[in-house]
Ligand binder design. Structure first.
Ligand code: DAT
Ligand code: MG
Length: 132
């Protein structure tokens, strides 16, 4: 059983989508290990998105992720990273299929409501960053 880190971003939290996101992960068969509401600091956000520092949208991304509380979660399940990203859908909601979280609840890449780790290595890093 793998663990993955998932976070409802400030837009999803403000829109009251935490419950729907949690339900989708539970219905898929994941087990909730831990969860909490967090207000990220800029330092934490920059560390979390370190791999995107060179991107033109980095400052916008950091501003957005610290703009309000997020809901951080650890989910456990078979192939947790792959299965979670399948539930979440494509990065750009325009490309995300209906039935995925981004496909159903988001329309703009800059506010795509949810984050999910993309590798076991990053899941471990992100879980440590948020829960220790
Ligand atoms: P993902 O969140 O699907 O793993 P990513 O790690 O490549 O995607 O990017 C992290 C976040 O950065 C993404 O969820 C939304 C934002 N982002 C990505 N591409 C963007 C773009 N072209 N313009 C604005 N924000 C973008
Ligand atoms: Mg990513």
């Amino acid at each position: 059983m793998d663990k993955t880190f998932v976070m409802v971003k400030p837009d999803g939290y403000a829109r009251g989508l935490v419950g729907k996101v949690v339900t989708r992960f539970e219905e898929k068969g994941f087990r909730l290990v831990d969860a909490k509401v967090v207000q990220l600091t800029r330092e934490h956000a920059e560390h979390h998105y370190e791999h995107l520092r060179a991107k033109a949208f980095f400052d916008e991304l950091v501003d957005f992720i610290v703009s309000g509380p997020v809901f951080a979660m650890i989910w456990e399940g078979k192939d947790a990273i792959k299965n979670a990203r399948a539930l979440i859908g494509a990065t750009n909601p325009s490309d995300a299929l209906a039935g995925t979280i981004r496909g159903d609840f988001a329309i703009d890449v800059a506010s795509n409501i949810i984050h999910g780790s993309d590798s076991i290595e990053n899941a471990e890093k992100e879980i440590k960053l948020f829960f220790q």
